[in-house]
Ligand binder design. Structure first.
Ligand code: FMN
Length: 307
């Protein structure tokens, strides 16, 4: 049975990745799951300079999902290269480093400095809803991937700075996701991942205060799955580069839905908090489905939606 897929020059033994920000830098998980079984591991987003993130509370549970407003807390690029990368390199699984800049030049600089051995690809986080708009905005004051021309410019700048596979991670908080995806493809992205979280909020009616100190945050988990699935289906029809589907995938059957809709790979996020073995369970479940349905090559399942 062949479960191998490729994203740009990156070849993965199976199509299941863990999503940025939900698997740390693997330290917490490496004794809980067999990390080498993952298709690839996407790190928590790193930025050029250290970031403290937003004030707590920055997590709230919602029906069938969760809100987070972490705000890209991380210790910055230099610390990542010195403290995290050596450990990550020892893991027998491809490492995708997620990066976010506060300007076009920062994205390019991060990409250049991360053109290091042991890093298989870069995922550009063009879509974190938790950084104040003033910090990471284009001329219209929105997130980068809410604007096709800003998306194009950032990816083009990164493309010039690195030969690594570029995965552009998009926000679902837009009207026409295909427009943004096409801009990413035109600028030279090798793959598109979607979705990041949906901008959302929750209120404690006793105190009348928002449940998150940041007031708003990003919604993830099963609640967003049908919307994410629709967006992945739309984008897979709009671009030629591979799409990585993400959003509310908790089980193998969820993952298979995304693959049938056109995703070449999937990322597992919130499910890791519920079950640290979620991603490896999903890999086994996909293999079972292939066996039962006599599918010898996963690539035959991709985009096999019957309409
Ligand atoms: C606590 C938390 C932190 C996250 N941090 C990041 C991040 O640093 N970078 C990023 O690109 N996405 C981040 N995400 C978004 C996830 O990678 C994923 O796109 C999103 O949660 C949807 O997938 P899910 O429903 O499977 O969780 C985070 C999500 C959660 C829940």
């Amino acid at each position: 049975m062949n479960t191998a897929i490729s994203l740009g020059t990156l070849r993965l033994k199976n199509p299941v990745l863990v999503a940025s920000g939900t698997f740390g830098y693997a330290e917490e998980f490496k004794n809980l799951i067999k990390v080498e079984r993952l298709g690839a591991l996407v790190t928590k987003t790193i930025t050029l300079c250290p970031r403290q993130g937003n004030l707590p509370p920055r997590i709230a549970e919602t029906p069938s999902g969760m809100l987070n407003s972490i705000g890209l807390e991380n210790k910055g690029l230099d610390n990542f290269i010195k403290e995290k990368l050596p450990h990550l390199k020892k893991l027998d699984t491809p490492i995708v480093v997620s990066i976010a800049g506060e300007s076009l030049n920062e994205y390019a600089e991060l990409a250049k400095k991360l053109s290091l051995k042991g890093i298989s690809a870069l995922e550009l986080n063009l879509s974190c809803p938790n950084i104040k708009a003033a910090k990471i905005k284009n001329q219209r004051g929105t997130l980068i991937s809410q604007d096709a021309s800003a998306t194009y410019k950032v990816i083009k700048a990164v493309r010039r700075s690195t030969k690594k596979t570029i995965i552009a991670k998009l926000t679902p908080n837009v009207g026409d996701i295909s427009l943004i995806a096409r801009a990413a493809e035109d600028a030279g992205a090798d793959s598109i991942s979607l979705v990041n979280t949906f901008l959302a909020m929750s209120i404690d009616i006793k105190s009348k205060k928002p449940k998150l100190a940041n007031i708003t945050g990003g919604l993830s988990g099963p609640a967003i799955k049908p919307i994410a699935l629709r967006m992945v289906w739309e984008v897979a029809r709009a671009v030629k580069i591979p799409v990585v589907g993400c959003g509310g995938i908790m089980t193998a059957s969820d993952a298979i839905e995304f693959i049938i809709a056109g995703a070449r790979a999937v990322q597992i996020g919130t499910a890791n908090f519920v079950n640290p073995k979620a991603a490896t369970d999903i890999i086994l479940g996909i293999k079972d489905y292939m066996r039962i349905n006599k599918i010898t090559n996963i690539n035959k399942l991709i985009g096999s939606l019957k309409v």
